[in-house]
Design a protein around this ligand. Structure first.
Ligand SMILES: [Zn+2]
Length: 123
């Protein structure tokens, strides 16, 4: 996927979000708790790691394979359930204080909802 395609997809996702996302931060051992499409998207995202260049959304270190991923940040628009985004948190960052993880998650989600804030604490 090139930069132009990625920007187009992000713009469409931003538009479909309507300014509101539902989010889940799940340990990779608990991905079965993710609803429908998000669980499928999470599996595909993890399976793609060896060939896709992905980075931890907190420390930006490369995520080489699923063993290096501690948790996934999943999101979908609040009123649309056929699209989802997935990003990963490395094992090391998964041990950071929750407020640090939440700040990094807020930054990454701002691409879809600029200026957005969490309405409820991340569990
Ligand atoms: Zn990290």
């Amino acid at each position: 996927m090139n930069r132009r395609t990625r920007r187009g997809e992000l713009a469409r996702y931003r538009q479909r979000s309507g300014g509101m996302l539902l989010t889940w931060l799940l340990d990779t051992a608990d991905l079965d708790l993710a609803p429908g499409l998000l669980a499928i998207s999470a599996d595909k995202w993890l399976a793609s790691l060896p060939r896709m260049r992905r980075r931890c959304f907190c420390c930006f270190e490369p995520l080489v394979d699923r063993r290096g991923v501690g948790a996934l940040l999943l999101s979908r628009p609040a009123h649309v359930d056929d699209v989802a985004t997935v990003t990963g948190l490395c094992q090391s960052c998964w041990t950071r204080p929750l407020h640090e993880i939440e700040a990094a998650a807020t930054d990454v989600l701002a691409a879809a909802v600029p200026g957005g804030k969490f309405a409820d604490p991340v569990l």
